[in-house]
Structures are given as C-alpha cells and as structure tokens.
Design a protein around this ligand. Structure first.
Ligand code: KG4
Ligand code: ZN
Length: 394
C-alpha cells in the first residue's frame, strides 16, 4: 500500500510517500517513493527560537508545493485535462481550510489539474507539538482526504521517533526492513519538547514510566547554546564544541563543574531547567568568556546531561528487565549519545535501536511509517480528530 505522511509539528514541513509490501512485520518491505522536507531553521534562527504562528504560516505556504514535488518524485502526479473536483467537494474543502485562505487556493489549483493520486492512506501528525503548526498539517490532511476519499490515520509524532529506530536499509533492492524488537523495550525519547522513558511490552503499546518535570533535554541544549551565544538550534552547536574540547584535551578535568540533576532520585524522572540556570550563573561569573571556555562548558554540559539519561535508562532497563533500548527524537542525532548508549547496551548485553542521522530529527517518513504500522495493527481511520499540542503516547 502507499501511504502519505505529513509532518508539521514544529519547524520542519515534511511530506513523504512510502510504498509497503508484506503481510507481517518480519517480511515488510518499505520503500520511500518521495520524501520532501523544508526546514524553517534559517528563519527561526534570526529570532533565536521557534515562534508558533510564524511556523504555522510557513507550513501553510509550503505544504502544497512540497506535496506536488513529492508526487512528482514518486511518479504519482498525473495531469488531468478536466476538473475532477465537484462544487460540493470544493465547498467542503473550503470549510476545512476556512482559516487558511492561501493554502485553500494553492490546494484547489493543484487538485483541479491532477488526477486522484494513488495513495491508500494519509498519516498526519496530530500531536504533540506546537498547536497552530499541527493544525495546518491536520487541516491539509483532511482537505486531501475529502478531495480524493483517502482515509486518514492521526499519528503521534513521538511514535514516529520510536519506530524509525528499527529500520534497516537493505541495498539490493533498496528497501527498508524492520528489525524485530525483543520485548520488553525501553524507549528513551529525547527531543526539543520531550524527555521521556517509555515501556513497551508489545508493538504499538506505550506506557510512560519517566518524564521531565520541567525543560526537555533538547530545550536545555538550545537554551545553554543561547547563553553561550551560539545560534539556534543549539544542540548540534554544543555537540560540535564539546567534541572539539574532548579531542584537544582528552584528559582534562573541568574547571566549570555542573550538577547531574536527579541522577540519584529513586524515580525515572528528569529535570533540566536547573542545569541551564547553573550554566547561566557560571557564565555570569566569568569576566571574559573566550571560545576555549565556551567549549569547555559545552563539554561539561553535554557530559552532565548524558550521564543522567544513561543512568536513568539503565535503571529503567533493570527495573523492567528490558531486552531492547530504543532511542528517538532529534537529540538522538548527538554523537556522544550514540556512542555512550552503544557502550551501555553492550555492557547490559541488550539490543540498541537508534535511527540513522537522517531520520533522527523531524521528518515525514517516520510519520508515514508509524501510520503504516498502526494500520497494520488494526487502527481505524478517523475524520473528526483534532490537533493536540500535548498529545500523549499512552
Ligand atoms: O525531534 P526534533 O527534531 O524536534 C522536536 O520534536 O522537538 O528535536 C529537535 C531538538 C532540538 O532541541 C535540537 O537542538 C536537538 O534536537 N538536536 C541535538 C542535536 N541535533 C538536534 N541535540 C544535541 N545534539 C545534536 N547533535
Ligand atoms: Zn520531533
């Protein structure tokens, strides 16, 4: 079957079409037919962070052009010399996109001149994320569904981050296969909005067993970067500086020690707002902050937060007798996280699943994949669903 994935939860507009074959997980083959991603990072970087209304406007502007490009890439765009949209349909779509005049016009202009694309289902992110941004994607999906009678599966963004961890790219033919997950599995979700430990005893079932009490880890990376005067998004910047410091001074003891928040707490929760404040106080005390000092602080910060997530994940694995660790979310692109978790999994003698770099940060492929897996496990399409900024996995 062919599934269209739509992602607009934050500052990436993603459209992806996958084709899947196979009856059960062990013989699924997943092929990317088209994958388009437009990052708004350059725009938001000027302001040091993401403004939800600005993100929403950019999604609205880019969804139809990206969708058209994706259809072309997938070879699914067939021009039609007659308008296939009835007036009644057009009216319904107008109602769906009532707050998105520009998007409505772009969409109708495209839909009028092409045939119904061969897409069997639409998976759209309906949360968690920035609510105005989510709504544009959801309304766009509903307009597509209405125009061409395509069923829609509302999809949890965090589930997308989890499921891409199991992908293995096969070269001949170039398709993805899914590594079977040994349960119980512990997923550690680390992104700009989340830091969660999630227990799964079977596919597509999630129980949240740990959560951040304040900031998410990615948010802490971004805020610390800002304190150090580095551009948005800060995660990759901090990581680069930290790595440089480790290479230049492998055995150096830090002059700027930071706390390891909640590392010894009995629960599986996290807290990252205190460490950001600790960095702020540290920086305020330094008269002349040089690049050398910045990289030393970046390294200590990265060491501190990674030590915490390693410790808590290990605790979760031991508590639940987990056989697999899955890491997901944008922060999983971090090199030290990838290395340290590989060591942890090796020491514990369990499997580690971590997405390729290209699927670590937000994209629509992960949404299409999560949608497919949910369809396969019996989830029914919906029409009346909403976008929910705080949608839970559970
Ligand atoms: O999952 P994601 O793309 O968007 C959300 O759903 O939030 O995650 C974005 C977060 C940002 O906070 C960004 O700074 C962080 O992921 N990030 C990183 C790295 N690459 C992205 N953090 C640390 N190291 C990285 N290499
Ligand atoms: Zn994300």
């Amino acid at each position: 079957m062919k599934i269209l994935g739509i992602e607009t939860s934050c500052d990436e507009t993603g459209i992806c079409i996958i084709e899947t074959t196979g009856k059960e997980a062990s013989d699924f083959s997943i092929k990317i037919l088209g994958n388009q991603l437009y990052s708004q990072i350059a725009l938001h970087a000027q302001y040091g962070g993401v403004f939800p209304m600005m993100a929403k406007r950019e999604h609205a502007k880019n969804l139809v052009p990206l969708f058209e490009k994706c259809l072309e890439e997938a070879n699914l765009k067939k021009d039609s010399d007659q308008n296939n949209l009835t007036e009644e349909k057009t009216e319904k779509i107008k109602n769906i996109l009532v707050y998105e005049q520009g998007l409505f016009e772009d969409f109708i202009n495209l839909a009028k001149k092409i045939e119904r694309p061969e897409i069997d289902a639409i998976a759209v992110t309906n949360g968690p994320g920035l609510e105005p941004a989510l709504w544009v994607g959801v309304c766009f999906a509903k307009a597509l569904g209405e125009a061409w009678n395509i069923p829609i599966i509302p999809t949890n963004h965090m589930e997308g981050h989890i499921v891409v961890g199991a992908l293995i790219l096969q070269t001949e033919p170039k398709v993805y296969k899914l590594k079977p997950v040994s349960f119980p599995a512990i997923s550690l979700l680390v992104s700009g909005g989340h830091t969660q430990l999630v227990l799964s005893k079977e596919n597509q079932k999630y129980e949240i067993i740990g959560n951040t009490k304040d900031d998410a880890i990615g948010e802490a990376f971004d805020k610390v970067a800002r304190i150090l005067g580095l551009p948005y998004p800060g995660g990759p910047q901090i990581s680069k500086l930290a790595e440089k410091d480790r290479t230049e001074f492998p055995d150096k003891k830090t002059s700027y020690p930071l706390p390891r928040p909640m590392i010894h707490s009995k629960d599986l929760n996290f807290s990252f707002s205190g460490i950001k404040t600790a960095v702020l106080y540290t920086v305020q005390k330094i008269e002349n902050i040089t690049d050398a000092i910045k990289q030393e602080i970046a390294r200590e910060f990265e060491d501190a937060v990674i030590e915490v997530i390693i410790k808590k994940t290990q605790k979760a694995v031991e508590t639940y007798g987990a056989k697999t660790i899955i890491i997901g979310g944008g922060v999983s692109a971090n090199k030290k996280i990838r290395n340290d978790f590989a060591v942890l999994a090796n020491t514990l003698g369990i499997e580690l699943m971590i997405p390729e770099f290209s699927t670590s940060t937000d994209n629509a492929f992960m949404i299409a994949l999560a949608g497919f897996l949910n369809i396969n496990s019996g989830k029914q399409p919906e029409t009346e669903f909403k976008a929910k900024g705080n949608l839970s996995l559970q």
